[in-house]
Design a protein. Sequence first.
Length: 266
Amino acid sequence: MTDADPGVALVTGAARGIGAATVLALARSGWRVLALDVCADDAALPYPLGTRDELDAVVKEAGDPASVLSYVCDVRDEDALGQAVDLAERTWGGLDAAIGVAGVIAGGVPLWEMPARQLRSILDVDLGGVISLARVAIPALLRRPQPRSGRFLAVASAAATRGMPGLAAYSAAKAGVTGLVRGLAVDLRGTGVTANAVSPGSTATAILDESARLYGLGSSQEFAWQQPLERLLEPAEIAAALAWLAGPEASGLTGAVVPVDAGLAL
């Protein structure tokens, strides 16, 4: 991985929101990117997830079809994730960054009233999906010869440190992500591979729209007041932090959770 050739990245949750913005940010910086999304709804969740058309549109917007490819994959399926990693390695010769963005939300009620299927989806996608990505992608990052500079990155949330009504399961999953990257950073000691996370605040995504519905709000814009910047974040702002963490400028960080949250967690 060099300034002239940033390398090869894999991004989950790439059909829309932060994942889509991350694919675009990396592609514009010269990365070759495998953009993953499940492209199917989850019967346990009451809102639509990203679609194949949205994923294809992201890949088209990214430009060079030889440098950005789409791949349909459920992050809950570790074998399928492993096949995606294999594809990236076969296509471009290796993997330099794995970025776990895929996430869902559910709740709006106390934990003990939450349907068990929704609870399982939150834990399996938001935390389990990141764990599975680490299990299949980090070995690929380590297959790069020394001196290597691999990056494992994940999206957490301000909810990892700030309790929010009706979102205990979501908070638990995102707190698990922050603990995971800290543990991975220690496990990766001396390898040249780092592990970090970005912790967004209220960001203009489908997840925030669903959060507004869960709280009975008229619009997700009503979340802006709780952030000191008094506005919602844009997915591109989170993506910019992820792209920076993926690059050589972030070589001194590992085990970090970077708050890009408009001050929400203060």
